[in-house]
Design a binder for this molecule. Structure first.
Ligand code: S3P
Length: 496
């Protein structure tokens, strides 16, 4: 039997490497959900192949969407708005994923049947009233009435109405849920939202779904209206195959030549020319990639911190999404004295991606973390706390109540891990003070278990063991399958 725990017995040595981290979870889930509503085929490369994503694809398949997943390429045949076709009494399993559980609901608000939504133990304790309430106001029905957690049933309605919605938690899931409801709701939905990651807004713009955004320092004012249709996730107008045919033939007739024609429309009804030429012995291959999912900064965070805390080390993480609403970890760590730079910055499909260059830091300063950075680093605080643990002085993080509503109560788990490595903390309901020690030395056995299989607790513990030493047994190794299946492969690669 494969052991489901990991032992770490010594610090990692210095490393100088280039790594590629798994695809972004938020973007992968949003791409899949929106592509299902599109007209025609959408293709993504480097899609995150984790349990959260597999659950997303399985839910969509149950709703009648045809999906192929080969290696890290995913093809979705969109069914169009409200085009799901499914039997009565289906059950959708969101597994561990709050994003899936909360963002699939708005696509079901016209469902003629009751659909049951379930999740795993961790997701079943998380609050769903935050998305049920606005969707009820729009007209959807939920059963049992007043239930706030999964399992729940949703049944749609033909009488949907637009709402004005105030999002006060800084939750991208709540904001995105209401935004996605606009796909099925006539009229215009208005949202006043505390700042949070804005991937849905950027995708709406790319897909030409009607959206207006006004921003001030702390709030975003968003208006979204029902689109007539959603096109597939192909942002450039493709080239004409009939025009390409001349250059294809020229290449075939020129000795020793090869040619790549980029982004050509390959609608099957226009592909006769390729089929005929291939029958005559030509070698014409079609490679279609509409969307190349960049790496996840939340997954990169573990290796950024490992490098900051390790001696004489350097790391390049390739092609990471650096959307400003996600890069709080970099802002925070730089304030603490870390050496991190973005290079090779590229605009791609409404988002910004870059290579992240990071190197070891000798002296780390404590931070009084400004609360306006909280939403931009919401998934990274556990691992940021490790840097605070090594800083010279007291760090303060406040207004972080939302952390306890994640896959596990993460503010509490932050304190537990720090206690185990001998770092003093003061924990309140929404805040934590960390009394850093630049000379952390661990000579004891540490066991991490019973943490509701929160993937980020597991990975943070691994980084703590590799950075500070000690003898660790970290249970539930399979928790990484949720968001970052290649995590331990990369760890092993850095050890070589
Ligand atoms: C996410 C939003 C955040 C984050 C989660 C992914 C998203 O949750 O913690 O991992 O993709 O919208 P909240 O919206 O609940 O803060």
């Amino acid at each position: 039997m494969v052991q489901n725990f990991l032992k770490i017995n010594k610090k990692i040595g210095s490393f100088k490497k280039k790594i590629l981290v798994d695809g972004d979870k938020s973007l992968s889930i949003r791409w899949a959900l929106l592509s299902s509503q599109g007209v025609g085929q959408s293709i993504a490369k480097n899609i995150l192949k984790s349990e959260d994503l597999i659950n997303t694809l399985n839910c969509l398949k149950k709703l009648g969407v045809k999906i192929k997943l080969k290696k890290n390429i995913c093809i979705i045949e969109g069914v169009g708005i409200n085009g799901f076709a499914y039997k009565k009494k289906i059950v959708l399993n969101a597994g561990n994923s709050g994003t899936l559980g909360r963002l699939i609901l708005p696509l079901l608000i016209k469902s003629p049947y009751k659909i049951k939504i379930i999740g795993d133990k961790s997701l079943s304790r998380r609050d769903f009233s935050r998305v049920i309430e606005p969707l009820k106001k729009i007209g959807a029905n939920f059963y049992p009435n007043k239930k706030k957690t999964l399992p729940i049933y949703i049944k749609g309605s033909d009488f949907l109405r637009p709402i004005y919605y105030e999002e006060e938690k800084g939750s991208a899931q709540c904001k995105s849920c209401v935004m996605l409801a606009s796909i099925n709701t006539p009229g215009q939905i208005s949202i006043k939202a505390k700042k949070s990651r804005d991937h849905t807004e950027r995708m709406f713009k790319e897909l030409k779904i009607p959206i207006e955004i006004k921003k001030n320092r702390n709030l975003d004012f968003i208006k979204v209206s029902k689109p007539k249709l959603i096109r597939n996730f192909n942002f450039n107008i493709p080239g004409d195959i009939s025009s390409s045919a001349f250059f294809i033939v020229l290449t075939l007739l020129s000795k020793g030549s090869s040619l790549v024609l980029k982004n050509i429309n390959i609608n099957p009804s226009r592909m006769g020319v390729i089929r005929i030429l291939n029958k005559m012995g030509a070698k014409i291959k079609i490679k279609k990639i509409n969307y190349n999912v960049p790496a996840d900064i939340s997954s990169s965070a573990f290796f950024i911190v490992l490098t900051v805390l390790s001696e004489n080390s350097k790391l390049i993480i390739k092609n990471v999404n650096i959307n400003p609403s996600r890069v709080g970890i970099v802002t925070i760590l730089k304030k603490m004295g870390a050496n991190i730079i973005f290079k090779n910055i590229k605009n791609y499909k409404g988002e910004k991606n870059a290579d992240i260059h990071v190197s070891s830091s000798k002296l780390l300063q404590p931070i009084n973390c400004p609360s306006n950075l909280n939403s931009t680093a919401i998934d990274e605080f556990l691992v940021i706390f490790l840097v605070a643990a090594k800083a010279q002085g007291i760090s303060k993080f406040k207004n972080l109540g939302e952390l306890n509503k994640k896959e596990s109560p993460r503010l509490k788990w932050g304190q537990k891990i720090l206690k185990k490595i001998g770092i003093k903390t003061k924990l309140k309901k929404n805040s934590i003070k960390i009394f850093g020690n630049p000379n952390i030395k661990i000579n004891k056995k540490i066991i991490i278990k019973d943490y509701l299989k929160d993937h980020r607790v597991f990975m943070t513990s691994v980084i703590a063991g590799l950075s500070f030493g000690g003898s660790w047994t970290i249970h539930d190794k399979d928790s990484i399958k949720t968001s970052f299946p290649n995590f331990l492969k990369i760890v092993n690669d850095l050890k070589k």
